[in-house]
Design a protein around this ligand. Structure first.
Ligand SMILES: [Zn+2]
Ligand SMILES: [Zn+2]
Length: 243
């Protein structure tokens, strides 16, 4: 016999089957991704460069210093993972949030095992953008991740004061200038001396996370470590990507 919650979930799955976020295949009840994708979708695996989150063989971050102490992610933002994030962003897919949150929590447990976090927070949206979309995907991921890490999510540590131009529309030298002053820490006393786990959905240049970490550190946080759902890897001259 099933427990009542499990039975309800099975019934819901029967009438509204979930689909694998990576390939779209209908999933059996209680599963979050299909067996095929579980083995074929590339996971970022050890050894990892903690500064940029890439596998060491893909790292080309040149060990630049950031305000955050590290970045880790379970996935590279490529191939089927891109599809998963599109669905997640534009269809309010709770299965996607659950799966990605579970993967992110696993990644944090692996690489941040010795860090005692006080709180989880996430990259905020402006109020206007939040009203338009109805939810913040980074918040959903932070909440799902927090369930597995037994940590509290604080949504008010950072705020986004105004909209900047979309990062990927800009040349890289404009990106860091584009983001300065966009985020604020409304109540610095909430973060004094705290070790913070900062969540976001996708990291491309890392400027957003660095700016958020900068604001947290300048306002008194002790340490900021980042956790994202997926990150882009850059091609190094002569390197092959696609394993
Ligand atoms: Zn699949
Ligand atoms: Zn690196």
């Amino acid at each position: 016999m099933f427990k009542s919650e499990e039975l309800l979930e099975r019934l819901l799955c029967f009438f509204f089957p979930s689909r694998c976020i990576f390939c779209g295949k209908v999933l059996p009840p209680m599963s979050l991704e299909c067996n095929g994708c579980q083995t074929t979708v590339k996971r970022i695996s050890e050894p990892v460069c903690i500064l940029c989150g890439c596998e060491k063989k893909d790292c080309c971050c040149k060990k630049r210093r950031y305000f955050h102490k590290g970045i880790v992610a379970p996935l590279y933002y490529e191939d089927k993972v891109r599809r998963a994030f599109k669905i997640f962003k534009f269809q309010d897919n709770t299965v996607a949030a659950r799966l990605l949150g579970e993967m992110m929590a696993g990644t944090a447990k692996k690489y941040y095992a010795n860090i005692k976090f006080d709180v989880i927070t996430y990259v905020p949206m402006t109020r206007k953008k939040l009203r338009q979309r109805g939810y913040n995907q980074s918040e959903l991921l932070a909440k799902e991740t927090a369930k597995h890490l037994q940590l509290k999510v604080e949504g008010t540590l950072l705020s986004k004061i105004y909209e900047n131009d979309i990062q990927h529309d800009l040349n890289s030298y404009l990106r860091s200038g584009n983001i300065i002053g966009v985020y604020d820490v409304p109540e610095p006393e909430l973060i004094k001396g705290k070790t913070i786990l900062l969540c976001d959905d996708i990291k491309t240049t890392g400027e957003t996370l660095n700016e958020c970490a900068k604001m947290l550190i300048l306002n008194g946080a002790s340490e900021v470590w980042c956790l994202v759902g997926a990150l882009t890897r850059r091609r190094r001259a002569g390197s092959k990507i696609g394993d």
